[in-house]
Design a protein around this ligand. Structure first.
Ligand code: GLV
Ligand code: MN
Ligand code: MN
Length: 431
């Protein structure tokens, strides 16, 4: 049975609701992400796709070539030839209290596009030269283990398995344990160039996370990505003297919370002075975190983004100096550690132009749009031609419950993805 994208998104409506903020909390390798993954597998299997879970926890759903495909990668043996595949997909995990669309829209749109493409193949208007595979990446947000795009970083070798496996979540569980709990073997994780070499392109449809398309409700509902802003995460640990809230005079304190609070303001000031930069402290943890306890330590997570990676490095260095001075002033200390850094990614120009041409046919006036948000597509771009399509979000808000997509715009996104995939899937093979 085929479903449109709104129906597919509707299937997910009740899964992983966040009781505190609203929206959804679906951390990587957690129950809700896994429930969504089970839904995806059932939907993909009902469309005749063959499911593989790779050694890094990425799920691949294959729409192999029909036996009759000519001049193509089709194979007469038992095993389908999966070379020269076109991949599409996204992720199913979310930030804490995130929107419904960041990730799942790309997966639901891929399934809805598949319905359209399968119908075209049945009625003879689509003659593929390549297989299609829908990929679902785990822990894209890094909201559980701290490093975003963990699946795509592992498969491309952008993170070593040793480092990834040692990451821990807020409860102290390691990524190795979480991987084992879902049936993966940590010893087998790591770069998988053989799998990636079978992919000729990856295309990710994603909800737009800024305000560009929403400004003109009558304009095109979709855009094509030009680039992803360089971004990184750093942890600052301010340490002081834990103590009693009642017996410790103000003058006697070495309170790391004061240094941390001043640092948050310093981030706002320092980053605002750097044109094009963004800096965020979205997470701060006092140890131990008691109302009547002067904290012993406060951990502060900093997210910094700028198109020029050298500017980002300079900004972070200045912030490190500011943190040291602020800690000194309170008789505290601070240590900084880099948790991740991904340079600015410019997407493959040829693929982006091809996407614009394809998408123009359903969305005249479609434009190229830089992304301020990170994506698995940005990690994969270092090894395969990669592109992205954005679907309008009228609120311009993301990583929050107010993120939104109208059903009609979601359908435009699917139609654009179908055209783009059809063009890629029917391209002559070059070898
Ligand atoms: C992920 O969406 C990010 O940009 O942090
Ligand atoms: Mn996303
Ligand atoms: Mn996100």
């Amino acid at each position: 049975m085929t479903k449109n994208v709104a129906q597919l998104m509707g299937d997910l409506e009740s899964i992983g609701r966040d009781p505190l903020r609203g929206g959804y909390s679906r951390p990587g390798f957690g129950t809700h992400e896994l429930t969504l993954l089970e839904w995806f597998v059932a939907e993909a299997e009902s469309r005749g796709l063959d499911i593989e879970r790779d050694r890094n926890g990425i799920t691949w759903a294959w729409w192999d070539l029909p036996e009759t495909a000519t001049g193509s990668a089709a194979d007469s043996g038992d095993k389908p030839n999966r070379a020269h595949a076109i991949a599409t997909g996204s992720h199913l995990d979310s930030v804490p209290g995130g929107g419904a669309f960041d990730g799942p829209l790309g997966v639901a749109s891929a399934l809805a596009s598949l319905d359209q493409l399968q119908e075209q193949e049945r009625n003879g208007t689509l003659r593929r030269t390549r297989p299609l595979v829908i990929a679902v990446f785990p822990e894209e947000e890094g909201s559980r283990f701290g490093v975003a795009c963990l699946g795509s970083r592992l498969i491309t070798g952008a993170i070593s398995p040793q480092r990834a496996l040692a990451l821990t979540d807020r409860d102290g569980s390691s990524f190795a344990d979480a991987a084992r709990a879902v049936g993966l073997n940590p010893e087998h994780m790591g770069a998988d160039p053989a799998r990636l070499s079978g992919l000729d392109a990856f295309l990710e449809l994603h909800v737009e996370q800024g305000k560009f398309l929403g400004k003109d409700p009558l304009g095109p509902a979709v855009a094509v990505a030009s680039s992803i802003l360089g971004h990184g995460r750093w942890r600052f640990s301010f340490a002081g003297q834990g103590n009693h809230a009642g017996t410790t005079l103000m003058a006697d304190r070495h309170d790391p919370m004061i240094a941390a609070a001043a640092f948050v303001v310093a981030v706002r000031d320092e980053v605002s002075a750097e044109s094009g930069a963004r800096g965020t402290v979205g997470r701060l943890e006092p140890i131990p975190g008691g109302t009547n306890v002067v904290a012993s330590r406060v951990d502060v997570w900093l997210d910094v983004r700028h198109p020029d990676d050298v500017v980002t490095a300079g900004l972070v260095e200045r912030l490190h100096h500011r943190a040291t001075a602020l800690a000194d002033a309170e008789g505290c200390t601070v240590t900084m550690s880099e948790e991740s850094m991904t340079g600015t990614v410019n997407f493959d120009g040829g693929l982006a132009r091809g996407l614009l041409n394809s998408v123009e046919r359903v969305a005249p006036g479609t434009q190229l749009l830089p992304s301020g948000a990170g994506h698995d597509a940005g990690i994969l771009a270092s090894v395969i031609p990669t592109g992205m399509i954005f679907t309008r979000n009228p609120t311009g808000i993301s990583h929050a419950p107010e993120e939104y997509v109208e059903d009609a715009d979601a359908q435009h996104g699917v139609d654009a993805l179908t055209l783009a995939l059809a063009d890629l899937l029917t391209e002559e093979l070059q070898n």
